[in-house]
Design a protein around this ligand. Structure first.
Ligand code: LMR
Length: 335
């Protein structure tokens, strides 16, 4: 009798404890990224974590790994496809190696006159149709997060296109960016973001291009004497998930995550411009990099030098994709 009671009690305790363990075991989302926490993407990832955990009442735990602590650029894409991480927000310039070259349309020089043009694409049909192209790769496109317009930097003043001649310029893994640097007579060097600071410091490369928030938070400005606010191109993100993981989530959990994504996207896109403006001011205040704002004529000369990149890259990106962007923004830089 005593023994039976003991067995029963043990069974109940075991049963309860395993039930408890089930309820307490959250679904873990590893969210890897390559920038500092104190950037538009870093802040938005942290915001998503807080909102996702709150909206799913703890059923989901989001682990954010910033600054390439888990994976570097190329590896993180492979890790997502293999399911080793569940979410990423790579720059739109990094989808070519995945086989989705159309995203490189965002890298075309001077394609957007500002954030308003950009949002007509990222928040409209063209943006949605581009995200859909990721699905056959096992990748679910969830949203676009803004960063900003790029400055060019190096160890010398950069005013005219000729100033770039022969410079080794670090770029992201985009053929459009490669063509852009070649059009300026520079020598493009594809390199992971995490290795850029050291490459600039040791002179492996001479310069680079980045929105001010990346330049400042990676301390690149400490190893670049000059930066020019060219605003020649855009750098922003697609937030993506492993498709299989996302689609197998319980319905109510996915609903909570969709809400969290929507709110963190609004947040990202609200803070991006201000974060970049602040970072540019901080670079100026540091006194380490001389910031130059080009004159109208200098901007025109850069636009002229870079215009051929649009036609040169039409075959790679798809002329239809480029035209769909021109028509969404109402702006064709060649006209
Ligand atoms: C870069 O490699 O320069 C950027 O894509 C980094 C980032 O994620 O903003």
């Amino acid at each position: 009798m005593k023994k039976t009671l003991l067995t029963l009690t043990t069974a109940v305790v075991l049963g309860l404890s395993s039930m408890y363990a089930y309820a307490a075991d959250p679904i873990v989302i590893k969210f890897s990224h390559v920038v500092a926490p104190d950037t538009p993407k870093g802040k938005a990832a942290d915001k998503f974590k807080a909102l996702a955990e709150e909206k799913t009442k703890g059923a989901v735990k989001v682990e954010v790994y910033p600054n390439s602590t888990l994976y570097k650029d190329k590896e993180e894409m492979e890790a997502l496809q293999m399911g080793a991480v569940q979410m990423l927000a790579p720059s739109l310039a990094k989808f070519g190696p995945l086989g989705v070259k159309e995203f490189e349309v965002f890298d075309l020089p001077y394609i957007f006159r500002g954030y308003d043009d950009l949002h007509k694409v990222t928040q409209g049909e063209v943006g949605a149709s581009l995200l859909a192209k990721l699905e056959p790769k096992g990748v679910k496109g969830l949203a676009y997060w803004d960063n900003g317009f790029k400055v060019m930097s190096a160890g010398k003043p950069l005013k005219a296109p000729e100033d770039y001649k022969g410079l080794k310029m670090r770029i992201q893994s985009s053929k459009v960016l490669e063509a852009q640097m070649r059009a300026l007579g520079a020598n493009p060097q594809v390199m992971p973001f995490s290795e850029t600071y050291q490459a600039l410091q040791t002179g492996v490369v001479d310069g680079t291009e980045n929105p001010p928030s990346n330049l400042f938070t990676q301390k690149m400005h400490e190893v670049q004497k000059n930066a020019t606010v060219t605003n020649h191109g855009y750098l922003g993100y697609a937030v993506i998930a492993n498709k299989d993981f996302w689609e197998k989530l319980p319905e109510d959990v996915r609903k909570g995550l969709d809400e969290a994504m929507k709110e963190s996207t609004d947040f990202a896109n609200q803070i991006a411009k201000e974060e970049n403006d602040k970072a540019l001011e901080a670079v100026k205040a540091s006194g380490k990099t001389e910031i130059y704002t080009p004159t109208e004529d200098e901007t025109k000369a850069m636009q002229k030098a870079l215009a051929p990149v649009h036609t040169e890259m039409a075959e790679r990106i798809g002329k239809d994709v480029i035209d769909s962007v021109y028509s969404a923004t109402g702006f064709d830089p060649s006209k």
